[in-house]
Each structure stands twice: as C-alpha cells, then as structure tokens.
Design a protein around this ligand. Structure first.
Ligand SMILES: Nc1ncnc2c1ncn2[C@@H]1O[C@H](COP(=O)(O)OP(=O)(O)OP(=O)(O)O)[C@@H](O)[C@H]1O
Ligand SMILES: [Mg+2]
Length: 235
C-alpha cells in the first residue's frame, strides 16, 4: 500500500471513507455514524447541518482525534489517523486542528485570557499571532478577558472558546455550533471573522450549525441524517 506524503500538494485536507462509530453503553449499542464518506479540499469552508442526534459532534470528535472511530478511514492532511502514534495525534490536536466545543469547555478557574493562553502554552507557542488583537476585537471580548467563565454570559464564553481555538492558527478549524448561543449581531461578527480567516489565510473550516443563515456563509453545505450524509431533503 502506498502512503500519501504529507505535503501542501495533497488537495484533500480531510478524507473519510466508510466511517462508522458505535457507542457501547451497557447492553445498548448506538450506531452514531453509519458509513460516512467525505472529502474536504484544503481551504474549503463547509457547513454541516442535520437534526439533533444525527452524529455531527461524533464526526467532529473523530476528525479532531478526540475519539477513535469503530471502523473506517480518516486521513488528515495526507496522514492516516490509524497510523498516527499517540504523540502525533496529540500534536495534531494542539497545532493542526482547532476545536470549538459545543459546550465551550473553558477551565473555570482561569480567566478568559488565561484560557486562551493555556492553549498556546500546551502547544509550546510563545507569541500571539499577528492580527490576533483584531480577532479579539471582532469577537467583542477585549474587555472581558480578565473575567473567569462564571462571570461571562454563555455567548461570551462561546466567543472566548472560539478565540482559544484560533490562537494557534490551526490549518483546520472544527467548530461545533459556534454561533449557537449568540444573538444576530454577534453571530454575524463570528461568521464574518470565520469567512475572513478562510479567505485571507486559507484556513479550512468545518462548522456545525442549525441556522440556515449561518450555513449560507459556507462554500458548501453537507447534510447529515441518522449517522449518514444525505442529499438535502433526502432520507
Ligand atoms: N458518549 C456517548 N455515549 C453513548 N451514546 C452517545 C455518546 N455520544 C453521542 N451518543 C449518541 O450518538 C448519537 C449521535 O450523537 P451526536 O452528539 O454526534 O449528535 P449531534 O448531531 O451532534 O446532535 P446535537 O445537534 O444534539 O448536538 C446520538 O444518538 C447520541 O445519543
Ligand atoms: Mg452535537
């Protein structure tokens, strides 16, 4: 079997073949993903849309190396996830993939600034990327940075989580409902920021959303239903 070299020349930054995920909880098996095939080109901005429970977060966790698939192939930037060592997977999570969690996952004892800084420290990166001040400004959290999560609204926590995912300038951003808790103005600011990053830096973005207006910011919409990718209105 020939391996695909890790190079900018690989046009697909994500490739998924016949991906399955079964959660075993006690006696009950939940088939969360039932044979997903997906190809994402470098620099694409893709929205993932589907009903609750259709497997969207499960797919993202696997793409981000946060959970193992039950079977199937996942290639990230030309590397087979199955062939990655634990340390390669860790490095991928720290440097290649930025993750915005559906439930934010901020550390409660740290301020917003330190939550963002921790992501950098873990990845061993010492300087803030050029233009990051502007990112914080677009996210509208500049004067909230010295607060701990409990002193922030849900929407502010969500925007801090987005800043944390972006601070290491990942090649791939996986954002699980990044505007789920935002009003229209803040939602538009986040979507403008993502589209700007995508166009200016070529960052590949996958975004889960329930909101058709948010999905319209993407180049392409992928629909999921019952653990599969479907045509719109199908299934
Ligand atoms: N850790 C887990 N253990 C067992 N079952 C799980 C687990 N995580 C998810 N599931 C199940 O897998 C299926 C897909 O869940 P997933 O969270 O991927 O859906 P989703 O599309 O992200 O939904 P939502 O829009 O509500 O966030 C659901 O039936 C869910 O109950
Ligand atoms: Mg989800």
């Amino acid at each position: 079997m020939s391996s695909v070299p890790l190079t900018e020349a690989v046009p697909e930054i994500i490739r998924v073949c016949n991906l399955r995920k079964v959660y075993r909880t006690g006696d009950v098996d939940v088939e969360a993903l039932r044979g997903i095939d997906l190809s994402i080109r470098r620099g694409e901005f893709v929205a993932v849309v589907g009903p609750s429970g259709s497997g969207k977060s499960t797919l993202f966790h696997i793409l981000g190396g946060l959970a193992p698939p039950t079977s199937g192939e996942v290639w990230i930037d030309g590397i087979d996830l199955r062939k990655m060592s634990e340390s390669q997977r860790t490095e991928m999570r720290q440097r290649k993939v930025g993750f915005v969690f559906q439930k934010y996952n901020l550390l409660p004892t740290l301020t917003a600034r330190d939550n963002i800084g921790l992501a950098q420290a873990i990845a061993g990166i010492k300087t803030q990327p050029v233009g990051f001040d502007n990112t914080l400004k677009m996210l509208g959290i500049v004067n909230r940075l010295d607060h701990k999560p409990r002193a922030l609204s849900g929407g502010e926590q969500q925007r801090v989580a987005i800043a944390r995912a972006l601070v290491n300038q990942p090649a791939i951003l996986l954002a699980d409902e990044p505007t789920g808790n935002l009003d229209t103005a803040n939602s538009n600011a986040v979507l403008d920021l993502l589209r700007d990053l995508n166009q200016r830096t070529g960052q590949t973005i996958l975004m889960i959303t329930h909101n058709p207006e948010a999905a319209a910011f993407a180049d392409r919409i992928v629909y999921m239903r019952d653990g599969k990718i479907v045509e719109k209105g199908g299934g």
